[in-house]
Design a binder for this molecule. Structure first.
Ligand code: PLP
Length: 394
């Protein structure tokens, strides 16, 4: 008989046969999978047969999340990654090579600016910022070297919106692909692939997960597009984790309910703050005052506009910082898309890479506060945010 250590390892590795399917997808907390032959492993590593070999390549819990997200985004394929940035890195590097140019929104998620400066610049890939609220400006920015136009359905943090369908049409006429970061809208409010986008990414850290307890990302599109980006993610080691994929699956089940409440709460807060003392401007696509309100009504589900709102407190940068100190219900923290209301000051956090001039040209003032409206009772949120604005304003 084998010794105790051998028997313990064998005994503790037996996967139970489960004739009744569990109601939830199991967390396949394993880095590797037993194969029957060298050929089988070789084929698995090439994705030439169904199954799993090594969790940096694929894992059943990741695959369950990929199937679910692909269905909800109307995509042929999906690959999940360690974070939104791992997903963005995979998509960008699969479309661009040394000498190519990426067209990006002037007001874009700060991580994309960081990626351009720290990774793309070393690879000899340039990024051209453009006002993506204006399709003609995007057309003018597309040059000989442009391979990809990067858009955000609702942009971070100004809530500016891009006309994805119009931009996809003019980019495709020039042989240029379009990728959309759909994190702020979530697959519930918008499906950019149906509007003509070639690739979609999500930071599942945000609305898909919905509870500020995971980090993850996803790439969606045709099999060709997703396989191209997957090769980068696998080789750069940006793989998802089984527990995070499980948490994202759990989040997806309530995404619709949460987005409805995020949207109604944000609209209530936006309407109340538009006329509140100490507030000089509210940017929310659900308000008639928003520059792209008509586009929001046309592109987002049932007139909802999600939970992201930007606020201008009278008194500039100092007033913005005081506002954060006065919050009692909302939490001062970076990130977004969660059950609790989160407030941040982009000029000193997510967009700290930008100079004051760059901030201004992106429509992002130094005193702007980004608010991710949560699922609390709307009256409590309105009272907390109005009180902070009144106290902060000079
Ligand atoms: C948070 C975020 C990202 C990056 O996602 P991580 O999961 O933090 O890597 C990208 N785009 C947008 C719009 C985001 O809000």
């Amino acid at each position: 008989m084998p010794g105790f250590a051998t028997r313990a390892i064998k005994a503790a590795s037996r996967v139970p046969a489960a004739p009744q399917a569990p109601v939830n997808v199991p967390i396949y907390q394993t880095s590797t999978f037993e194969v029957g032959s060298a050929l089988e492993l070789a084929e698995l590593l090439e994705f030439a047969r169904p199954g799993h070999s090594y969790s940096r390549y694929s894992n059943p819990t990741h695959a369950a999340l990929e199937d679910a997200l692909a269905e909800l985004e109307g995509a042929e394929a999906c690959h999940v990654a360690a974070s939104g940035m791992a997903a963005i890195h995979g998509v960008v590097l699969s479309f661009l090579r040394t000498g190519d140019d990426l067209v990006v929104p002037r007001a874009v998620y700060g991580g994309v600016i960081g990626l351009a400066r720290s990774v793309l610049a070393r690879a000899g890939i340039t990024a051209t910022p453009v006002d993506t609220t204006d399709p003609e400006a995007v057309g003018a920015a597309i040059g000989e070297r442009t391979r990809l136009v990067w858009l955000e359905t609702i942009s971070n943090p100004t809530t500016a919106m891009a006309d994805i369908a119009a931009i996809a049409e003019l980019a495709h006429e020039r042989g240029v692909a379009v990728a959309v970061d759909n994190t702020f809208a979530s697959p519930f409010l918008c499906n950019p692939l149906a509007l003509g986008a070639d690739a979609v990414v999500h930071s599942t850290t945000k609305y898909v997960g919905g509870h500020s307890d995971l980090t993850g990302g996803a790439i969606l599109g045709s099999s060709e597009v997703v396989n191209g980006a997957r090769e980068i993610v696998i080789n750069a080691g940006g793989n998802a984790a089984p527990l995070e994929a499980f948490l994202a699956l759990r989040g997806l089940k309530t995404l619709a309910l949460r987005m409805v409440r995020h949207s109604s709460n944000a609209l209530a807060v936006g309407q109340a703050l538009e006329t509140a003392p100490g507030v000089s401007a509210v940017l929310y696509p659900g308000l008639a005052s928003h520059p792209q309100h008509a586009l929001a009504v046309r592109t987002l589900r049932d007139g909802m506009a999600g939970g992201m709102l930007a606020l201008e407190v009278s008194g500039g940068r100092a007033a913005g910082e005081r506002f954060l100190d006065l919050l009692r219900v909302a939490v001062h923290a970076t990130s977004l898309g969660s059950v609790e209301t989160l407030c941040s000051h982009p000029a000193s956090s997510s967009h700290r890479q930008m100079s004051d001039d760059d901030l201004a040209s992106a429509g992002l003032s130094p005193g702007m506060i980004r608010i991710s409206i949560g699922l609390e009772d709307p009256d409590d949120l309105v009272a907390d945010l109005a009180n902070a604005a009144a106290g902060a304003a000079t």
